[in-house]
Design a protein around this ligand. Structure first.
Ligand code: NDP
Length: 292
């Protein structure tokens, strides 16, 4: 049986450390501020945005939530982003995706001041990440990297496969593992013999959005498996949350594995707060705290 990687516990510890740093900043009259913008009433986005606001307050940061009508125009949204760019009390800005179809996501993401881009999606931060220049790193891959480093300590020379090549998970994950000197393969829907590629890998990060797609028989014995997927399915008449890896099969083969829920999910919000703290420290020319 593979060891369970407890992302919830790791995220709680990280949030406590962040809260301690926020308290230290108070002595300098600095309070990190995070603004989250939601457009429309998408149920999943509503849950995520509420959770983000709650956690932001819990670690002692200033939290602003802006909820805009589904019909908000791109121009109106860009005006709000610009106001937040200018707002001295705000260190991090996150526009919750997906956005309604009348709004171009790239235009909005790239309108955020890169120094406040705590999601790390701005083209400047993407370029910095791939060039190994200090940047704000997308939260989910950053969380995966923290869990991997905590588990394996040194990733040098490991064969890693990331299944999925999205801009928000797959690609930044590949950049982070390359920077840790892994030999990185990126799998996607056009990859030939994906199963065999996965079988060769010491590290598997699954971010596909297909419930339980990665089978236990694909996993190399002893490999470390990080499951990013969050899929709501119905099984035996019951609603259930499952990942992109068949957990019951994979845990029998893997050396260590993240569960869904309780694995990568909680790390994403913790890393958002981590990024907001970093953005605040950079703006005030303060030393960046190291948590891992
Ligand atoms: P996207 O839909 O943007 O990307 C999915 C990727 O998976 C694409 O690159 C696609 O390939 C690839 N893919 C799809 N089907 C297959 C297949 N059958 N075989 C191989 N590759 C395939 O998804 P995201 O990256 O945004 O999210 C991935 C998963 O992670 C989702 O379940 C999502 O809910 C979850 N997620 C979880 C987060 C968390 O906090 N834990 C945060 C963000 C996402 P191609 O490019 O060729 O189409």
């Amino acid at each position: 049986m593979g060891k369970l990687i407890n992302g919830k516990e790791f995220a709680d510890t990280l949030c406590k450390k962040i809260a301690t740093e926020v308290t230290k900043l108070k002595d300098k009259n600095i309070k990190p501020g995070l603004a989250v913008v939601r457009v429309g009433e998408d149920p999943a986005s509503t849950v995520y945005v509420n959770m983000k606001a709650k956690k932001t307050e819990e670690v002692g940061m200033h939290s602003v939530t802006k909820i805009l009508d589904e019909k908000t125009s791109q121009e109106e949204l860009l005006n709000i982003v610009e106001k937040l760019n200018q707002d001295e009390s705000i260190n991090g800005i996150l526009v919750q995706l997906p956005l309604p179809e009348q709004i171009n996501e790239d235009s909005v993401i790239n309108a955020i001041n890169p120094d406040k881009d705590v999601d790390g999606f701005h083209a400047i931060n993407t370029g910095r990440l791939w060039s190994s220049i200090d940047s704000l790193v997308p939260c989910t891959p950053l969380g995966c990297k923290m869990l991997l480093l905590n588990e394996l300590k040194d990733l040098t020379g490991k064969k890693a496969i990331i299944v999925g090549r999205s801009n928000i998970v797959g690609k930044p994950m590949a950049a982070l593992l390359l920077a840790e000197s892994c030999t990185v393969t990126i799998g996607h829907s056009k990859t030939k013999d994906l199963e065999n590629e996965v079988k060769k890998s010491d590290i598997v990060v699954a971010a596909v959005g297909v419930p339980e797609m990665v089978k236990g028989s694909w996993i190399k014995p002893g490999a470390t498996v990080i499951d990013v997927g969050i899929n709501r399915i119905e099984k035996d008449g019951k609603k259930k949350l499952v990942g992109d890896v068949n957990f019951d099969e994979a845990e029998k083969v893997a050396g260590a594995i993240t569960p869904v829920p309780g694995g990568v999910g909680p790390m994403t919000i913790a890393c958002l707060l981590h990024n907001t703290l970093i953005a605040t420290c950079r703006k005030n020319n303060l030393e960046i705290p190291k948590f891992f």
